[in-house]
Design a protein around this ligand. Structure first.
Ligand SMILES: Nc1ncnc2c1ncn2[C@@H]1O[C@H](COP(=O)(O)OP(=O)(O)OP(=O)(O)O)[C@@H](O)[C@H]1O
Ligand SMILES: [Mg+2]
Length: 256
């Protein structure tokens, strides 16, 4: 099997990356794809907690085994959420986070894409060497932005770097469901600021008032039929986005 690595990233914290990773996982699960979520927000990862799974295994244990020739199979380091979704959690001990060096990324992605259709990577918003390596080795990346001037200016800078380096395998998602009060910039303004198209938008209707209740019980929003029925427009956009991200026409520039 040759799965695809899809990374969700941003230039600002708290814009809805982790929520988007989980929502995409739910959608791919609904399409009966085998999904691995890798939590590469190493210092403050929240995937295992949000899905309420035991993280007695993590990515540090995996690379530690690799470094000491003890590694046998990926399966030993992932936790299961449901029939279709597994998780490779961020280090339980944040002091171990710095040990997860970027040189392991190609190896981990290679192992993961052999066993899963879609490998969803959650990241931190810092443009570190690790995150640049993750972007380099991803089939597609999704940049989540919000209606926020600083966020947009930083996105503009990053997009101009992408242009200079001829990087094209990314999509931009405007998330209006996080800061529902912030809508002073129009879609036209936003496009003008970042000098790029907005590929997808999540509307402010998708603001889930009691989202913490779902997080506490480890639910994925897109696997909840009530939420899906109530927010059919946004869910249908997310489905289009999910299919677009794994479309075969992308990602010719991925490093192997
Ligand atoms: N659709 C939504 N409705 C209500 N609250 C939301 C929604 N999406 C995200 N949130 C809340 O906004 C906060 C930030 O979201 P999230 O953790 O997904 O962002 P992030 O970009 O991963 O943040 P970080 O940069 O800290 O990793 C969380 O408390 C989350 O529960
Ligand atoms: Mg996050």
């Amino acid at each position: 099997m040759a799965g695809k690595v899809i990374t969700v990233s941003s230039v600002k914290g708290g814009v809805g990356k982790t929520t988007m990773v989980l929502n995409l996982a739910g959608i791919y699960c609904g399409l009966n794809k085998k999904v691995l979520i890798i939590d590469l927000d190493l210092y403050s990862g929240g995937v295992a907690v949000s899905l309420n799974v035991k993280n007695d295994k993590d990515i540090y244990m995996m690379i530690d085994s690799m470094a000491n020739n003890r590694f046998t199979e990926l399966k030993k380091y992932v936790v299961t959420y449901n029939n279709n979704i597994d998780i490779l959690p961020s280090p339980k001990d944040p002091r171990k986070a710095m040990k997860v060096e970027s040189r392991y990324i190609p190896l981990i992605f290679d192992l993961a894409t052999r066993e899963y259709d879609v490998v969803l990577v959650d990241t931190s918003h810092i443009l570190s060497e690790l995150n640049l390596t993750i972007l380099d080795y991803s089939y597609m990346s999704l940049f989540v932005i919000t209606n926020d001037l600083v966020d947009l200016k930083n996105m503009k800078s990053l997009i101009s770097i992408f242009r200079d380096t001829d990087k094209r395998n990314y999509l931009v998602l405007l998330n209006n469901s996080r800061d529902t009060g912030k809508d002073y910039l129009s879609l036209y303004d936003i496009r003008t600021i970042i000098k790029n198209n907005i590929d997808y938008t999540i509307s402010k209707n998708y603001y889930i008032k009691n989202i913490d209740r779902y997080i506490m019980s480890g639910d994925i929003l897109t696997l909840n039929s009530k939420i899906n029925a109530f927010h059919s427009n946004d869910v249908s956009n997310m489905k289009k986005l999910a299919l677009d991200l794994i479309d075969d026409r992308h990602g010719k520039e991925v490093k192997k």
